[in-house]
Design a protein around this ligand. Structure first.
Ligand SMILES: *Cc1c(COP(=O)(O)O)cnc(C)c1O
Length: 465
């Protein structure tokens, strides 16, 4: 048996990874040719790789390490819980203290009458749960025909069959199919699709596609609408101000349940505890994961309103759904400690009063860069739309993503993790980021943009579609 530690030379780690590890959302052979980056440790907003580089993590892992890396309080909470009760399930009329305490705490934090939690181990699982919850609810209400969920093109709700089907990413549907009973409407992406409309006009137009879809299917067939307050994986698309109030109005009018996917926007990301508070929404169900434990343990859940919980829980028959690790005690204990630290350290206030205003000033200043057509920022999630012509909001002639990929490569070389979604650059740093670290982030982003711009020009890629 080989002892695989951080101390093996990078090349050996890369070879073993290439030989045995299948990566998510990756073309493995292509990755093997270039050699994977091996991350060995993390502290605050900084990562270290096996070559000793110090990397500024502008993505908080996958939008999740809100509290930053290396918090020993969370390690201790996990160890304490493992010693006390490492595992027990919550099926068959049993529970344990961490699941009780976390569900009560979430009920206290969640707005309105979102007072009940069904636990999962991830955002994808929680969205699968949501499909069952809303269909079961309508069945018990005597309207079993209400089965369809409406979601958005270019939305992201996870990668299980249910989550991937709710999402509106065609390349995910093309990978193994899509379940039935899910319909998609257009996204509120004004920059790319708003044509000659103002953002406000376009926001209304896109929201009204929900009403058209409900009328087309028949309101008596529609169970729920699901959306992210700000699309994350789709490219940090902050909707026009007119969009969400109109969606809320339409859901209310037709009695369609509103599921707000807060997997990214929850736990302080937008400057409030939840994105639905930032956008004034009244969801029936909220999906949570990621920032719930700051990624220290895999945990997610559905936070459910009184009405749905009472109807499902009030039935004589079981709700036939659950996961071995629903409410896992170690994950729940870590999530509780994470929430305690967010409160004690005033992290939501830090985002609202310090980090967002500081980043906003510098982020929006990147709009003067020749390649940046639009800057967006909601709390601490931001995007830069790259374009060869700002006035026309033009796309590049090259295959979508070519210029974004090159820019990401320059970020990588400059020890900044910033992702690209086609030709849109996105960030979502740990919420604990300081003003000095924000300076470093934006300085590295600008340097990378400059280098990418030079490269794009030199290689004849500076062309409009
Ligand atoms: C990441 C994400 C998910 C899926 O969560 P996993 O934990 O990866 O399963 C669902 N919804 C949104 C909005 C996400 O960003």
């Amino acid at each position: 048996m080989i002892q695989i530690t951080n101390h093996l030379p990078t090349a050996e780690l890369q070879a073993l990874d290439a030989a045995h590890h299948m990566h998510p959302f990756t073309a493995d052979a292509q990755l093997a040719r270039r050699g994977v980056r091996v991350i060995t440790s993390g502290q605050g907003v900084w990562l270290t790789d096996s070559e000793g580089n110090r990397i500024l993590d502008g993505m908080a892992g996958l939008w999740c390490v809100n509290i930053g890396y290396g918090r020993t309080e969370l390690a201790e909470a996990a160890a304490r819980q493992m010693r006390e009760l490492s595992y027990y399930n919550t099926f068959f009329m049993t529970t344990h203290v961490p699941a009780i305490a976390l569900s009560a705490k979430l009920a206290e934090l969640a707005p309105g009458d979102l007072n009940h939690v069904f636990f999962a181990s991830s955002g994808s699982e929680a969205n699968d749960t949501n499909i069952r919850l809303v269909r079961r609810y309508w069945e018990l209400k005597g309207q079993p025909e209400r089965r369809v969920l409406i979601a958005r093109k270019n939305g992201y709700h996870g990668s299980t069959m249910g989550g991937g089907s709710l999402g509106g990413m065609p390349y995910i549907h093309a990978t193994g199919g899509k379940i039935d009973g899910i319909e998609h409407i257009g996204q509120p992406h004004w920059w790319a699709e708003g044509e000659d409309m103002t953002p406000e006009e376009f926001g209304l137009l896109r929201a009204r596609e929900l009403e058209e879809k409900i009328l087309e299917l028949g309101a008596d067939k529609v169970a729920a609408f699901i959306g992210e307050p700000v699309q994350g994986a789709g490219g940090v698309i902050v909707p026009p101000a007119t969009y969400w109030p109109e969606i809320q109005r339409i859901c209310d009018k037709y009695g369609v349940l509103l599921i707000v996917d807060e997997v990214i926007t929850g736990f302080g990301r937008t400057g409030n505890w939840f994105g639905c508070q930032t956008f004034g929404l009244r969801p029936h169900i909220m999906t949570i994961a990621k920032g719930l434990s700051s990624g220290y343990q895999p945990i997610g859940g559905s936070v459910v309103c009184d009405e749905i919980a009472n109807v499902i829980g009030g039935a004589e028959d079981d709700f036939n759904h659950g996961y071995t690790y629903s409410g896992h005690p170690v994950a729940a204990a870590v999530a509780l400690e994470n929430i305690r630290l967010i409160e004690e350290n005033g992290i939501v206030e830090h985002v609202r009063d310090v980090a967002h205003p500081c980043l906003a000033e510098k982020w929006h200043a990147l709009a003067d860069h020749p390649m940046v057509g639009q800057t967006s920022l909601c709390g601490l999630m931001g995007s830069l739309q790259l374009t060869p012509n700002k006035e026309r909001r033009a796309k590049f002639a090259a295959k979508p993503g070519t210029v974004g990929y090159r820019t990401r490569e320059r970020c990588f070389a400059n020890n900044l993790i910033m992702r690209h979604v086609y030709d849109r650059m996105i960030i979502s740093p740990p919420l604990v980021i300081t003003p000095e670290e924000i300076d470093a982030l934006v300085a590295r982003a600008r340097k990378s943009l400059d280098e990418a711009y030079a490269e794009v020009k030199a290689e004849g890629l500076w062309k409009e579609a």
